[in-house]
Design a protein around this ligand. Sequence first.
Ligand SMILES: Cc1cc2nc3c(=O)[nH]c(=O)nc-3n(C[C@H](O)[C@H](O)[C@H](O)COP(=O)(O)OP(=O)(O)OC[C@H]3O[C@@H](n4cnc5c(N)ncnc54)[C@H](O)[C@@H]3O)c2cc1C
Ligand code: FES
Length: 291
Amino acid sequence: MATGSGTIDAMRPPGPLADPMLPRFLRIRRASKETHDTVTLELDDSEAAPRFAPGQFNMLYLFGAGEAAISISGSPARPETLVHTVRGVGAVTAPLLRAKRGHVLGVRGPYGSAWPIEEAANTGCDLLLLAGGIGLAPLRPVIYEVLRRRRAFGRLIILYGVRTPADLLYRKELNQWRTHPGVTVKLIVDRAAAGWSGRVGVLTDLLGAVEFDPAETIAMACGPEVMMRFAHRELARRGVPEQRVYLSLERNMKCAVGLCGHCQFGPTFICKDGPVFTADQVLPLLQVREL
Ligand SMILES: Cc1cc2nc3c(=O)[nH]c(=O)nc-3n(C[C@H](O)[C@H](O)[C@H](O)COP(=O)(O)OP(=O)(O)OC[C@H]3O[C@@H](n4cnc5c(N)ncnc54)[C@H](O)[C@@H]3O)c2cc1C
Ligand code: FES
């Protein structure tokens, strides 16, 4: 069975159509509130949509505020509708919560490496997705792709943890996904609230609640770095090889094309070598605190 090493370089994911530093200007077709601090923006990219691969990100530019790296959270089969899910935390993303249909945003990208979808299809491995909070956004294109080409993949196990039930993204879809054959969805929250009858705890608790064969599984994780460290540790304990554990790093970015050094750790640029890495590539970087 092929392993993950080298897969990212061997299958270079798509990039921007023209000058990678030049934004395209796209109009918001729909803005849907997900939670009190998160919105999903659908942009009309029907004129010249570049292809993208699950896991890649764009730089979104809000006039008067600046740019932020945001993962593409829509379907790769529908690049003409460019979808991003944004949590409002700072100078750019907080005002994006108030963006409305018709507003225009600048978009540069797509950038970065991708989740190993084709490796999963070629090997027939099961897919184990571990998402914490907004980390479900870059994994959603994987789910769309697996459901679109269902027979090409093994089982799909989605483990999703959030702080409180009110922080769950894509609520309707979570319920739809679990109705598909061979798909398991398990949720967990840090703190319960009235009406929550599901599990309370940390994401890694869910790993004990699902059956998988470590030798036939590809794991993909995105979320707070502490969650990814614990997820990696637990996956290693269960016997999933490091080369088949993929993590997406969401460190701060500026240029997104390997020019400014803002995201650099030694020889590694998160923007162009990542954000998706195998665990063996990225674990040394997780020891380095953000500057
Ligand atoms: C590859 C990649 C993909 C990403 N995908 C997504 C995604 O899909 N969705 C998403 O919502 N985010 C995503 N992010 C994260 C997003 O890019 C960051 O949250 C980004 O910093 C937001 O930009 P901002 O200008 O709004 O926030 P900033 O103003 O840069 O603030 C960022 C953080 O710093 C804190 N901060 C700001 N100012 C101060 C201060 N003066 N003192 C102390 N703390 C401060 C804020 O509270 C916040 O936590 C992604 C990041 C990367 C690298
Ligand atoms: S963001 Fe500029 S080098 Fe990565």
